[in-house]
Design a protein. Structure first.
Ligand code: NAI
Length: 780
């Protein structure tokens, strides 16, 4: 090749990164690894190979973790926990800071090893993955330092189990390990079977940082090892990132166990390009959105939604850019697109694309090397219902659709079961900021894509899972409110007396659905007796159909979410005012049902309504100072429709304690009141009726919680379910919630003092909101 040829083609020559150091590290371990437990490597057991997907060669043998290995690791973490959790925040901060420094010192080795094991271009491992890992530890060193002063009422959870995927092996480790350790937990982590090596190298590095033994343990293995960790009774929390399918399995496996859970699952993120966008920037962004890490990114912008008038021009520009992408050996610094992690994944991608008979497929011109590669691919002309527009392909395959109006763009964007991320491209700030809140996603990038930072929460809604990673909100997922838990005492309704006394006119309280009283669908009701044997009234027994109607009514009331916070506050004050006007009547009703004085509970309920009227316009978001051109706004959005099973211990105050934060934050709710003492709730709807609360914002379905918990928790149009009823309902609720992976908040049979200050405020407001991180350009 002549110099002239080079100038003509502008082709880069190969610029290979040396793998010598990484190979030497593997060789120092004899090419075979055990687990990392209690501060040291165990002897290798039954092993499996981990390969370099670009070259197909075996890199090392790692041990398939058995249940006994998980036991040993959890035991080590449990032994280390008491001391680590009591280590002052400053000490933990120093160690996390040390880890950040060491990640930087070993950055090249970590990057090369990551590329060899995963197949991602070295440019990405070197410039994105590893710097973000270091940043994560720096940031969390800061959180550890500030925890005592900023979150004095919180305590760590215990031993945390982390199960992570193969697409960002070390970064996902950092996302789990940094907040867990900052908060004072100890960890057992299982890396993905395709990519265990950087986790093992990191474990070795923790010794240099002085991390006490047992605080971080790594057990390698496949899904069975992960399942053993998830099932282990010594684990207090599971943090999982991976497929929605496995997320659902884990949700079911942990149901009723009392384990905390966060799930960061799949996505099918929209990439919306309006006709006034800077198209060249949007093309560059899209290259990053879908071809970064070969598209094996949970938040990959895998659905292009482009405005009709510019679609052809945009596709042409995109195709030209695709043709310039270079596929090849990921260790070559000039490579744009590396290898797919494993032949099984490549075959899966190929099968999905080959199985699609619709549309037109365009493949990048760059030759596809032998080995585990798949070319950048664009498919246009698909209908939105096509499986390729609905299912996660998890490869370098972009599907494209067009739209005419902003409303249509939003409809298309929201037309999947996922809700992880979205990009919006337009030069019109009004338009971008109009669209961002309408998209169902945990993260929205305006004129940008795939921006990540430790300070900014990341995570999804709907079937993309729940929980946030990063920021204060991510740290809170590794903490619980301080306090000693005591078991909930069962509360039983007063039984039917031997000699019933019915004085006065019988009244059957109906259900309250869509702002109207409704007869229960089944046509059944039951008598409510006072402890002294007096008939207090009848209450309707709701069923599955009533729950369905209530959820439908709640959806129809979605306008509440768009009402102003000031307006919501006014309505809640008005409810308090009207309850206050009837305080004596409510107090009498409570004491008639429970046999105890009711005045204090009514007063507390009025106070609680005031609290949430106050909070309605004060539960502020944050503006995160992220280290790139822009700012990340953490917006507190309503969750949507919340189903809540209310406590028996405080039939009025408990219900108000759940209802008020839910509606203050703009949610609609379906409440199942105490079944032992339901009449306080059915009296309350008369108060709601006269307080300007729009119909459907609060729906009340009385009945047997055994009949109502499952349909409510399983309903696909319910976004979150809270259960403060009988302890054994928690397991049912969590298991049923696996269907659409809705958020749950349950009592696990533990009592709560509903009168206590801890039973109002931040914990409740957090449950009633989703943090949406909106990245906007800002400043220089
Ligand atoms: P996966 O969800 O099966 O694996 C993720 C992790 O979970 C691995 O460490 C695995 O060993 C572990 N695991 C598997 N079964 C388990 C179980 N029953 N209990 C506990 N842990 C278990 O993902 P996989 O099979 O590697 O990839 C399949 C598809 O999943 C991909 O094509 C992609 O669509 C999706 N995926 C999504 C990711 C995301 O970040 N959203 C990451 C990885 C995969």
């Amino acid at each position: 090749m002549t110099v002239r040829d080079i100038f003509d083609s502008m082709a880069y020559g190969p610029a290979p990164e040396s793998d010598a150091e990484a190979r030497a590290w593997i060789a120092r371990h004899g090419g075979r690894f055990g687990h990392f437990i209690d501060g040291r490597f165990t002897a290798p057991g039954a092993t499996f190979a981990t390969r370099n997907p670009a070259r197909g060669e075996v890199l090392a043998e790692v041990t398939q973790g058995a249940a006994a290995d998980v036991d040993r690791a959890v035991a080590a973490a449990a032994r280390a926990y008491p001391k680590w959790s009591r280590t002052p925040g400053h000490e933990r901060a120093r160690i996390l800071y040390g880890l950040a420094r060491l990640v930087q010192k070993h950055a090249r080795l970590l990057a090369v090893l990551e590329t060899m094991d995963n197949g991602k271009p070295i440019r990405e491992a070197r410039d994105i993955d590893i710097p973000l890992v270091a940043r994560h530890f720096y940031y969390h060193a800061g959180l550890a330092q500030l925890m005592a002063s900023e979150l004095p009422d919180h305590a760590p959870l215990g031993v945390c189990g982390a199960v992570i995927p193969w697409n960002f092996p070390l970064l996902m480790l950092a996302w789990k390990v940094a907040p867990a350790l900052a908060a004072g937990n100890t960890v057992v982590l299982k890396p993905a079977e395709y990519t265990p090596l950087t986790a093992l190298l990191f474990a070795e590095i923790t010794r240099e940082a002085g991390l006490p033994k047992g605080v971080l343990n790594i057990v390698t293995g496949d899904g069975d090892t992960g399942a053993a960790l998830v099932a282990h009774p010594g684990v207090a929390k599971i943090a999982f990132t991976g497929s929605t399918e496995v997320g659902r399995i884990i949700r079911k496996a942990t149901a009723g166990s009392g384990k905390a859970l966060t799930l960061e699952l799949g996505g099918k993120s929209p990439y919306i390009v309006f006709d006034d966008a800077d198209l060249d920037s949007a093309v560059e962004g899209l290259v990053d959105a879908i071809w970064f890490n070969q598209g094996q990114v949970c938040c990959a912008g895998s659905r292009l939604i482009v405005q009709e008038g510019v679609a052809d021009r945009f596709h042409d520009k995109l195709k030209r850019r695709m043709d310039g992408l270079r596929l090849g050996d990921p260790l070559d610094k000039c490579i744009d697109v590396g290898a797919i992690v494993d032949p099984a994944q490549r075959d899966r991608i190929a099968a999905m694309v080959d199985g699609c008979a619709e549309g037109e497929t365009y493949r990048a011109a760059s030759p596809v090397p032998d080995g585990c590669f798949y070319p950048p691919t664009l498919i246009t002309g698909l209908s939105p219902a096509n499986p390729l527009c609905q299912e996660e392909i998890f490869g370098p395959v972009l599907v494209s659709m067009t739209f005419r109006t902003p409303a249509e763009a939003v409809d298309l964007a929201n037309n999947t079961r996922f809700g992880l991320a979205a990009s919006v491209w337009t030069e019109n700030l009004n338009l971008a900021l109009d669209i961002a809140p309408k998209i169902r996603a945990g993260v929205v990038w305006v004129n940008a894509t795939n921006l990540f930072d430790a300070a900014a929460g990341f995570g999804g809604v709907r079937e993309s899972g729940f929980g946030r990673e990063g920021g204060w909100e991510g740290l809170l997922a590794y903490l619980k409110p301080k306090g000693t838990a005591r078991a909930l005492k069962p509360v039983a309704a007063a039984p039917e007396p031997a000699q019933p006394r019915a004085d006065g006119i019988d009244r059957t309280a109906k259900l309250y659905i869509g702002g109207k009283q409704a007869r229960p669908d089944g046509g059944y009701s039951r008598a409510v007796w006072s402890p002294g044997g007096r008939l207090l009234g009848h209450v309707g027994l709701g069923n599955r159909k009533d729950i369905r109607n209530a959820v439908e009514a709640a959806h129809a009331a979605k306008g509440w979410a768009r009402s102003t916070a000031h307006n919501r506050a006014q309505v809640i004050y008005y409810i308090a005012e009207n309850l206050s006007a009837r305080a004596t009547e409510f107090a009498d009703r409570l004491s008639a049902m429970t046999g105890k004085p009711g005045k204090a509970e009514v007063e507390a309920a009025i106070g609680r309504l005031f609290t949430y009227a106050a909070w309605a316009d004060k539960w502020e978001g944050r503006a995160k100072p992220v280290p790139m051109h822009g700012i990340a706004l953490a917006m507190n959005e309503p969750v949507g429709v919340i189903g809540a099973l209310c406590p028996d211990e405080a039939p009025l105050l408990g219900l108000v304690s759940l209802m008020a934060p839910a509606i203050a934050m703009g949610n609609a709710c379906v409440l199942v009141p105490s079944s032992a003492y339901p009449l306080a709730a059915t009296d309350l709807y008369q108060v709601l009726d006269t307080s300007d609360l729009p119909g459907g914002v609060v729906n009340i379905v009385t009945g047997d919680p055994d009949d109502l918990a499952r349909p409510l928790a399983g309903h696909l149009d319910v976004d979150a379910v809270w259960c403060f009823g009988r302890g054994d309902l928690s397991a049912k609720v969590e298991a049923e919630a696996a269907g659409n992976l809705k958020r749950t908040w349950v009592n696990h049979g533990m009592a709560r003092d509903w009168f206590a200050p801890a039973s109002e405020g931040a914990e409740f407001l957090r449950a009633a909101t989703e943090v949406k991180t909106v990245w906007v350009p800002y400043g220089e």
